[in-house]
Structures are given as C-alpha cells and as structure tokens.
Design a protein around this ligand. Structure first.
Ligand code: 3NM
Length: 218
C-alpha cells in the first residue's frame, strides 16, 4: 500500500491526547484502551500549565510511543521535532504558532509524515506549499481542550477545500463527537481528530466504538 493510502486510513479516527487531558483513568491507560478499541492514529500533545516537564515528559512520550508500536498505530508528536526524531515517530504535527512547516519538513525529511493545523483557506494553501502531508482543520465546534482556539469553522471550510480539489487529506478537530462524523465526512474530510470525546469519556472504549460505527457508514 502506498504511503498516501496508509495516511488516509490512519487519519480516520485520530486520537490526540497528552497527560493533561485526564479523564477517569490515567492517560496511558486511556491510550491503551483507545488503541485496543481501534483508533487509527495517535498524536501525543503535551501542552499547557498541567503538562509534564523534563524527564517525566520524555518517559511519558516513550511509553506512548511503545504502546502505539505494540498496536501498529501511527504515532505523531505535536510540536517537538527533536523528540519526534529521537523517538522515531511516524510523524510530526505543528500549529500555526509552532516551528514553520517548511523548516520542519527539512528537518524530518520525507520518511516522516507532517501535519499542520489550519483555520483558513489561505493557511491550507500555505501548508500544502510548505510540504504538509495532511491538514487538521479546526476548531470544528467550540472546544475546552485548547486555550487559544480560534472561532469555530464548522464544515464550511471542508466544503470549500473539496470544491477546490485541495490535494491533501483533511481531518476535523475541535469539539467533535460521533454525531458530527457524517456531516464532516460528507463535506470531504478523511477523518476526525478527537481529544475529550475519548479521553474524558467515562467509557473510552465505547466512545471509540461509537466513532467507528459512524465512520464505517462511509
Ligand atoms: N486543535 P477536543 S482544536 C488540539 O482548532 C486542538 O486547531 C484545534 O480537542 C484547532 O476534541 C483542538 O477535546 C482541541 O475539542 C480538540
């Protein structure tokens, strides 16, 4: 299977979580539950005042990386290229305020995937020109998981990108629940990226199941 097809498949149910996105269980337990239940990709995103620092941060990343390898699920690192390289991550994800996508692409080469968060058509075009493999588009709806989130973009931007034959796969992020999946996929997205609907669910496995049932209708 080509790298491109692999990526599209991986982006269907993209679980994003750092130690700060804590729910009922400790985050590594939640990650393992989610991997076992069938998420197709994981991004380690350690951010904000409650995030781990130094040795604890690295130990968490190593443990998460190992878990993903055990379940053959691609492992992405948010905004830390050096650590992503050290951990032989499958990819790196950067936001608009992080290191520029073009520089990141140069540092990681072509064997690692690169994702970029965008909030407008213009940012989407730049991400493509800078060498991104996929874009995260958001916030889809209001979110509690990102302090500096922009205003919600809904499915309008996806429909616009589809209309323009935008060449990269897209995922929706921000406030996404299983009920949103059909609208998001109909608008042309390859998948959904989720923090709290899985990490803060009282039953993360059931939540993954609900996402997968919706996704499997497409
Ligand atoms: N990026 P939840 S919104 C990490 O708009 C992130 O780029 C966003 O968390 C963006 O699923 C977001 O809990 C938070 O709403 C997503």
């Amino acid at each position: 299977m080509s790298k491109e097809l692999d990526l599209k498949k991986a982006l269907r149910l993209y679980f994003v979580m750092g130690s700060q996105d804590i729910g009922l269980y400790d985050p590594l337990t939640t990650l393992e539950i989610a991997l076992k239940a069938g998420v197709s990709c994981y991004q380690w995103r350690e951010k904000g005042p409650l995030s781990l620092k130094e040795a604890e941060r690295i130990a968490f990343a190593q443990a998460a990386r190992r878990l993903c390898a055990n379940y053959h699920v691609p492992f992405f690192v948010d905004d830390d290229v050096e650590l992503a390289l050290k951990l032989s991550a499958d990819g790196v994800h950067v936001g608009q305020k992080d290191e520029g996508a073009q520089t990141v692409r140069r540092r990681i080469g072509t064997d690692m995937w690169l994702g970029v968060s965008v909030h407008s058509l213009e940012e989407a075009e730049h991400a493509h020109a800078d060498g991104a493999d996929y874009i995260g588009v958001g916030p889809y709806k209001p979110t509690q998981s990102k302090a500096d989130a922009e205003s919600p973009v809904g499915d309008k931007l996806f429909r616009e990108l589809t209309k323009r034959d935008y060449p990269l796969p897209t995922v929706a992020i921000g406030g996404v629940t299983p009920n949103d999946v059909s609208t998001i996929l109909s608008a042309g997205a390859a998948g959904v990226a989720v923090i709290s609907a899985i990490s803060k669910s009282p039953d993360p496995a059931k939540s993954v199941d609900r996402f997968l049932s919706e996704l499997n209708m497409y």
